[in-house]
Design a protein around this ligand. Structure first.
Ligand SMILES: Cc1cc2nc3c(=O)[nH]c(=O)nc-3n(C[C@H](O)[C@H](O)[C@H](O)COP(=O)(O)O)c2cc1C
Length: 212
């Protein structure tokens, strides 16, 4: 009887000790954060011809503030295009619900390449994902939907952000939720494209208010 009691007791101690240890470990675990974004450098209606796209400026700043890795959705389809033909092409792609091809690498905050050709498993590594894009014709450029089709981010915490010239978030957040119905898609953040170079404080205030 005494031996039985002792066995039960030591079992409880072992269990409690174990769970206390797990809790401590979990508390110390830092969430892994990734910023996924698309951005178009070149002829821009509002800010002229730009070497670095507006959304990329915000994405880089988020990475700088949080230490997050980055994945840029790169497509060469629009390289060198003037604003008006690009608008026409983008509208046509949207009407036809096209899926333009893209490539991309996961890099760390210092732009060191971590994964040259990411697979689903590489995205599975992250807990929190920022998704950034310009608004094109009221929602995401079609290449964003190519990304959503290729990588499953259900189960992740997602913070959407856009740059725009009047539409705000447009229908990006609802379109993102439709693509990932089982993700925890948080309230989105938007900033005017012509503001990103002069009003970084706005991005900083948003980031500081998040529980990362
Ligand atoms: C093809 C195209 C369509 C656009 N459509 C919209 C739109 O519907 N609403 C809006 O507010 N801005 C629109 N814009 C402006 C961009 O959202 C804005 O300039 C954005 O900051 C560009 O970001 P980027 O430099 O990262 O590509 C459009 C721009 C382009 C090139």
């Amino acid at each position: 009887m005494r031996r039985l009691l002792l066995t039960i007791l030591s079992g409880i101690v072992a269990l409690t000790g174990c769970s206390a240890q797990t809790t401590k470990k979990e508390t110390n675990m830092k969430k892994k954060v990734l910023v996924v974004y698309f951005s178009h450098a070149g002829d821009n209606y509002s800010v002229g011809n730009i070497n670095v796209g507006n959304t990329k400026i915000v994405a880089d700043y988020i990475s700088e503030l949080t230490g997050a890795d980055r994945f840029e959705i790169v497509t060469h389809k629009y390289d060198g295009m003037a604003y008006k033909p690009l608008c026409d092409l983008a509208q046509d792609e949207q009407i036809k619900d096209e899926r333009p091809a893209f490539e991309g690498q996961i890099v760390d905050k210092d732009s060191k390449v971590l994964v040259a050709k990411p697979t689903q498993a590489d995205f599975d590594n992250y807990d929190v994902i920022f998704i950034g894009s310009p608004v094109w014709w009221g929602t995401y450029p079609q290449v964003m939907f190519t990304f959503f089709d290729r990588y499953d981010l259900n189960g992740k915490t997602i913070y959407p952000f856009t740059t725009h010239e009047g539409s705000g978030l447009g229908s990006c957040v609802s379109d993102l939720r439709a693509s990932y119905p089982r993700a925890d898609v948080k309230k989105g953040f938007s900033i005017y494209g012509h503001e990103v170079r002069t009003n970084k404080a706005k991005v900083e205030t948003w980031i500081k208010g998040l529980e990362l």
